[in-house]
Design a binder for this molecule. Structure first.
Ligand code: GDP
Ligand code: GDP
Length: 494
């Protein structure tokens, strides 16, 4: 088994100890100061999913006299770095990037140890600005995390995985070395809906098997070469009770007849089902509809917001199933908004089309509602279908795959900036408070899944929301970001 040594680095108060404790978990009992090692460096064995970690924490420098702080921190950091396979540089996303953070980034930039920037305290919205700032550190894509709430551990796992694999490869290459295979977090089996310390299902995906040391023997090993099969698309099917979710899931699986693995049956604890649609691996996540079948209370069940939100968070693409004779009612809309707010791609399934009383009226209502009530993501795909009769299921899956492609799409920085110039020339930003124009200097796509852009400008506070909408709608039209949330953040340029 490979053990990855991870150093947790950053200025005081960014959450190093909190992350240390979270990664060390129950094994915290064995944390100890090693003899001969300074007191303000702690070590612990920890785990993240199936990954064994040795964690080096550099917290505890607050007691140092202020004038000596910088020098000691540098020394401390350099020592921790020398011992580590990879460094996690924490920033406090709520506070943004401070001069002291920059100071740490400088040390890390010249260090041979690879670095992952972690934007901690990212729960809720308050961390978004700091997360964007963190891109500016020049140390690669930051990982948004909440050490306190335990959110984002799956992303941290994914960021650490290549380092673990590199370490395993080095161990293999060394004489007598034994490498370890790291199961891919996306393909590893899921046995656990939520860990006992309140992790979300998304985290559970990475943390599945955390307590049992033998990784699932059926889980395929990770593959680094490009002959590896594409990752499954994580699809959730949600909607009000009785709209036909179970019928749809059963029909989809039945049509394709390509169930794999023992978990494909309707077992009580199955929360993911893998199947393949025209050669494309699909993973149905949190198939509440299926699980419910075993329960007596089925018909009495009300829409559970928590269940729905869980399913949404585990998915990349969410299919919202509606009843054609009751499309886009209040509950449908609130689920749809949840999907968009959570940053997922949304596809609307207008089910029971066979039984629709007035098809023209249904279509009109769909279009009206999309235009007036779901403006956060224009161009949302909708498909009319009959789960019962198996009609239009291919079109539904095509829409899901398409939405997934758009959700993952990236636009090159050069193209974006030529586009930005065109947009500001066609329609210059209005004058700011002091008669000076807001200048949009530069933009970049900070990330995909969903597409997220950062625009660097002077006087961000003076740019009206209407101008931001103009840019977002322009991005959608020009680059085809239809039907997925598009996020745009304004950053002050230095
Ligand atoms: P360290 O000095 O870097 O080791 O930071 P600590 O782990 O002691 O955390 C500093 C403060 O930030 C404490 O009050 C923590 O409770 C808080 N904190 C840590 N992680 C988070 C987080 O994810 N979100 C929020 N809101 N606060 C956090
Ligand atoms: P769920 O609660 O969303 O999982 O809904 P079910 O799949 O249990 O379906 C609720 C009811 O709607 C059942 O009586 C289904 O037979 C019926 N139903 C599902 N899909 C269709 C459809 O495409 N057309 C018609 N006419 N009925 C459907």
């Amino acid at each position: 088994m490979t053990t990855l040594t991870v150093a947790i680095i950053g200025r005081p108060n960014v959450g190093k100890s909190t992350l240390f404790n979270r990664l060390a978990g129950r094994r915290l009992a064995i944390v100890h100061d090693q003899p001969g090692v300074t007191r303000d460096r702690r070590f612990a064995d920890g785990r993240l999913g199936d990954m064994a970690l040795r964690i080096v924490d550099t917290a505890g420098l607050e007691e140092a006299p202020a004038d000596a702080l910088e020098g000691r921190m540098r020394q401390q950091t350099e020592r921790a770095l020398a011992e580590a396979d990879v460094a996690l540089m924490l920033i406090d996303a709520r506070a943004g990037v401070t001069p002291l953070d920059e100071h740490f980034a400088q040390i890390l930039r010249v260090s041979p140890t690879p670095v992952i920037v972690v934007a901690n305290k990212c729960e809720g919205r308050a961390g978004q600005g700091g997360l964007m700032d963190a891109y500016g550190l020049g140390l690669g894509d930051p990982v948004p995390l909440s050490a306190e709430h335990g959110d984002g551990l799956a992303l941290l796992y994914e960021a650490l995985l290549p380092h673990e694999q590199a370490l395993a490869a080095r161990a293999d290459a060394a004489p007598g070395g034994a490498g370890a295979e790291a199961p891919d977090p996306e393909t590893a089996e899921m046995h656990d809906e939520a860990g006992d310390d309140g992790v979300s299902p998304l985290e559970a995906r990475a943390l599945a098997n955390a307590e049992d040391d033998d990784a699932d023997p059926d889980a395929p090993p990770a593959e680094a070469d490009d002959t590896a099969p594409p990752r499954p698309l994580n699809l959730a099917i949600v909607g009000r009770p009785n709209t036909g979710k179970s019928t749809l899931v059963n029909r989809l699986l039945d049509e394709d007849r390509l169930l794999t693995g023992p978990e494909a049956g309707v077992t009580r604890d199955a929360i993911a089902i893998d199947w393949s649609h025209r050669g494309r691996p699909i993973r149905l996540v949190d198939t509440a509809g299926l699980r419910r079948k075993g329960r007596v209370v089925e018909s009495l069940e009300k829409l559970s917001v928590a269940d729905t939100l869980n399913a949404i968070r585990m998915a990349e693409v969410v299919v919202l199933v509606m009843d054609a004779n009751m499309v886009m009612d209040k509950q449908d809309l609130s689920i749809a908004r949840m999907v968009v707010e959570e940053g997922r791609a949304l596809v609307l399934a207008v089910n029971k089309w066979d039984a629709a009383e007035n098809r023209a009226a249904v279509l009109k209502r769909m279009r009206d509602r999309l235009e007036t009530s779901l403006t956060q993501a224009r161009g949302i795909r909708f498909v009319t279908l009959s789960a019962l009769r198996g009609r239009n299921l291919d079109r539904l899956m095509d829409a899901a795959l398409e939405a997934h492609e758009v959700w993952n799409r990236r636009v090159a920085t050069g193209r974006l900036n030529r586009w930005l110039t065109g947009m500001t020339e066609a329609h210059p930003p209005p004058m700011g408070q002091h008669g000076r124009r807001v200048r949009l200097r530069y933009m970049t796509q900070a990330k995909a899944r969903p597409p997220t852009f950062a625009v660097f400008c002077s006087r961000a506070e003076d740019l009206p929301d209407s101008y931001v909408r103009y840019l977002v709608n322009g991005l959608r039209e020009t680059f085809g970001f239809e039907g997925v949330p598009v996020r745009l953040y304004l950053r002050k340029s230095r």
